[in-house]
Design a protein around this ligand. Structure first.
Ligand code: 5GP
Length: 127
């Protein structure tokens, strides 16, 4: 089935400059900005500039150039916000939610980069 992308989502509006953001990094194909409702002292969202709804859409249809740019942008964000363990940072977690099970709110691919404190278990235990 074909992917459908809603260009009225809030991150599309940020990319078009219609809504402001607290920018951390911009590259040719990617943009990183601080989450408006941070869940940790460091909480940055990294998005591709192209119209991709989620990670599997991006991995399937993005160009190699976009994928390399996005991957390196995430790495550069980790360095910029000081969370890389080899540089003395505390470490970080990357999350990309998709669809209903992933509880994705904004239908434009975004990787959350979280850090600045010990983040606890990846998922709460069931039962
Ligand atoms: P999701 O649940 O889709 O993985 O996460 C969406 C994230 O986008 C949430 O963490 C939410 O706080 C953030 N967010 C929603 N609207 C805005 C906005 O207008 N600006 C910024 N910077 N973040 C937003």
């Amino acid at each position: 089935m074909a992917y459908t992308y809603d260009d009225q989502n809030i991150f599309a509006k940020i990319l078009r400059g219609e809504v402001p953001c607290n920018k951390v990094l911009e590259t040719e194909h990617s943009l990183a900005f601080r989450d408006i409702n941070p869940q940790a002292p460091e909480h940055v969202l990294v998005i591709p500039k192209g119209p991709y709804v989620n990670y599997d859409h991006f991995a399937t249809e993005a160009s190699d150039e976009e994928i390399v740019d996005f991957t390196r942008a995430i790495g550069r964000v980790c360095t910029l916000i000081g969370v890389c363990p080899q540089d003395g940072g505390l470490g970080y977690r990357m999350i990309a939610n998709a669809g209903e099970a992933g509880v994705q709110e904004v239908p434009h691919l975004h990787v959350h980069v979280l850090g600045g404190r010990v983040l606890g278990r990846m998922l709460p235990r069931q039962g």
